[in-house]
Design a binder for this molecule. Structure first.
Ligand code: NAP
Length: 300
């Protein structure tokens, strides 16, 4: 480590701030939630079961006994669950400072969400699109709101086919569908950054390189390579944490590990591929996402 490396020591005191971290019961999300709570933020853990929430809470308070944690249920594969989560959050809170769209699934067997979307596109992109849209009024009430969405180097395999978003008309290619969902995370970030340009909310993206988590559970191949190539979750969480807390960030910045091929290392500003920067595709995806989810963003 050099004096220039960004670590959790670089995070300012976050007392008085409230953060929501999706997928906070496992892997990168758990480490992200832990670090934010360790710096004094009140952290909401949106989880799929009370048991998972309890385990995550125990792990965080085991390391930071004074951590302020709230557990709420959220299943990003259900629009009804997303709406219930936002309602439950809004009953207790009037604003939100940091939203981290981290939850995700990678190359599961073909399946659909409750609302009929392909699982990876549905959870990784449309779920977070809906959640962010519903929470936006809360974020606009913060004096310095931040929205971070976790993408992947795998965005480079993405090329969204708008004629068959559900993969009903093609043979399902799980890796390609994962890439589509991760390039969608970047289109979403850029379009939202443009939309919120004149507000006090900053929008950014991050990726964790290759980090040893439950994400690889659907692939024996990727799991077997984990011990050789991957980094541990506390390192994998650093790009997200930097995107969420660095005060010198610009709208639409993208952070990832600074090492060879962005696989490992301390977080630096990185570049996504040219296709991910196509504004027309970003706008088209935005319009399609609004139509599919019925969620309209409201800047009032
Ligand atoms: N690990 C890597 O090398 C890597 C590389 C690039 C990008 N990423 C991205 O990093 C993010 C975090 O992944 P991870 O590596 O930490 O994997 P992980 O350990 O599998 O964590 C994924 C989290 O997402 C949650 N989740 C999945 N489906 C959900 C749903 N329908 N509703 C609500 N929550 C749901 C999981 O909850 P359950 O425990 O209930 O399943 C879990 O908490 C993902 O967006 C992933 O694409 C990871």
């Amino acid at each position: 480590m050099t004096a220039h490396n960004w670590t959790t020591d670089s995070i300012q005191d976050l007392s008085g701030k409230t953060a929501i971290v999706t997928g906070a019961n496992s892997g990168i999300g758990l480490e992200t939630a832990k670090a934010l709570a360790g710096k004094g933020a009140l952290v909401i853990l949106p989880v799929r079961s009370a048991e998972k929430g309890k385990q995550a809470n125990n792990e965080i308070t085991g390391e930071f006994p004074n951590a302020k944690i709230e557990i709420l249920e959220l299943d990003l594969s259900s629009l009804a669950s997303i709406k219930s989560f936002v309602e439950a959050y809004s009953e207790k809170h009037t604003s939100l400072d940091i939203l981290i769209n981290n939850a995700g699934v990678m190359i599961p067997p073909y399946g659909k969400t409750e609302d009929g979307f392909e699982l990876q596109f549905g959870i990784n992109h449309l779920g977070h699109f809906s959640l962010t849209g519903l929470l936006l009024p809360m974020l606009l009430k913060s004096d310095s709101g931040r929205i971070v969405t976790v993408s992947s180097v795998a965005h480079r395999n993405g090329k969204i086919n708008f004629d068959d978003l559900t993969w009903d008309q093609r043979g399902y290619k799980a890796g390609r569908a994962y890439g589509d969902s991760k390039i969608a995370n970047l289109y979403f970030t850029s379009e939202l950054a443009r939309m919120l340009e004149d507000t006090q909310v900053t929008v950014a993206a991050a990726h964790p390189g290759w980090t040893r988590t439950n994400l690889q559970k659907h692939s024996k191949f990727w799991s077997s390579l984990n011990p050789i190539f991957s980094q541990e979750p506390p390192m994998g969480a650093l790009p997200t944490l930097r995107a969420a807390t660095d005060e010198n960030i610009n709208n639409d910045d993208y952070y990832g590990p600074g090492g060879f091929l962005e696989i490992k290392g301390y977080p630096i500003k990185v570049n996504s591929n040219p296709l991910s920067k196509d504004k027309q595709i970003a706008k088209k995806l935005w319009d399609v996402s609004e139509k599919l989810t019925g969620i309209k963003y409201n800047l009032e």
